[in-house]
Design a protein around this ligand. Structure first.
Ligand code: GDP
Ligand code: MG
Length: 330
């Protein structure tokens, strides 16, 4: 009988050892895969992506983020197949921006609509605003092929002229006038290393309501995503994904020039980079409405995001990705 117990213990112990070994091998394989499949920062542009069209159809070159700012605010709107949702957002944004400029003529701005390789008439729809307001105020950057939201936002930011740069979704889910809230958040930070701050719109205050309205499965995915973000990448920020974020030009330059992820998880890498560089990040509650027509393909996009999140951390850990002039070692 003793032999039987000893044998059982041994086999349990053996099983445990085997499982541990298998887990280690799996982890190693994932690390190797993450390392080998890592892409580099891609800031290259196709020839056609270097220009925008003026109201009378002339080609002009986009400026560079490296140039000194020549406007107060740039609004970058990533747009993928948004011919239907974009006009609602643009009407609201332009009305607000025009009113603000009338009240205060020193408030200068531009809106850059980045058509992320859409298959519909997004560019044509956006060009109507260039025709109405002029290319000093509205520019359309049409990407030759789809890069993903992060890639589109980066291309817009690299082409912007503002002292402050706001990214805002094309669906107008955040009330545009809430830009004042994120601006206040930005101003509330008195210590800005090299004038770098990021102010993130946040929907964290709506979480309870969202949980009540959503299916159990979506709630589970949401908490799973929050856990992965917290565990692997970013701590202390409740809502990393809100598409309404304001950057000082310096903060945009520092973070976007190191960004690798071009898909949905780019916000997480961006905030991860900001935290590595000790750039202050504030979170400000904004009004937010769920707008129909989300481009996020429910299960697939979540899976992709989860994988990207784990890979972000592993790629920095294995040295496949590096931040230039790291201030803080991880
Ligand atoms: N799905 C998707 N959206 C993109 C892409 N590039 C830019 N976007 C824009 O990203 C923003 C957020 O998209 P949305 O579908 O509203 O996502 P959700 O609010 O997270 O459900 C919108 O302005 C999209 O047009 C892309 O490649 N795919
Ligand atoms: Mg949306």
């Amino acid at each position: 009988m003793f032999t039987a117990i000893w044998m059982m213990d041994f086999s349990l112990y053996g099983l445990l050892q085997y499982s541990l070994l298998l887990a280690l091998i799996a982890l190693l394989l994932v690390c190797v895969f993450a390392h080998v499949s890592a892409n580099m920062v891609d800031q290259s542009r196709h020839e056609k992506e270097k220009h925008f069209l003026t109201a009378d159809g002339k080609k002009e070159s986009f400026p560079s983020l490296m140039d000194p700012p020549s406007l107060e605010l740039s609004v970058v709107v990533p747009s993928y197949n948004e011919e239907l949702r974009l006009p609602v957002m643009m009407d609201e944004a332009m009305e607000y921006l025009e009113k603000r400029q009338k009240k205060n003529p020193s408030f200068t701005y531009e809106v850059i609509v980045v058509d992320d390789g859409s298959k519909d008439k997004t560019t044509e729809v956006a060009m109507k605003y260039t025709k109405k307001y002029g290319a000093q105020k509205v520019r359309v950057l049409t990407l030759v092929k789809n890069r993903g939201k992060g890639g589109a936002v980066r291309m817009g930011i690299l082409s912007s002229r503002g002292r402050l740069i706001l990214m805002a979704d094309a669906d107008g889910a955040t009330k545009f006038a809430d830009i004042e809230k994120v601006e206040e958040g930005l101003e509330s930070i008195t210590e800005k290393p090299d004038n770098m701050v990021i102010s993130c719109g946040s929907r964290a205050h709506l979480e309870e309501e969202a949980v009540a309205q959503r299916s159990l499965f979506r709630t589970f995915l949401m908490y799973g995503f929050h856990f992965l973000v917290w565990f692997f990448c970013v701590r202390g920020i409740k809502d990393t994904q809100c598409g309404f974020k304001l950057f000082t030009r310096e903060a945009a330059m520092k973070t976007f020039s190191s960004l690798h992820v071009e898909r949905w998880a780019f916000d997480v890498e961006l905030l991860f980079i900001a935290q590595c560089f000790d750039i202050p990040v504030v979170e400000v509650a904004v009004n937010w409405t769920e707008i129909e027509g989300s481009k996020l393909v429910p299960f697939w996009s979540w899976l992709q995001m989860g994988r990207d999140l784990v890979f972000i951390r592993l790629r920095y850990l294995t040295g496949a990705w590096r931040l230039e002039s790291e201030r803080k070692t991880q």
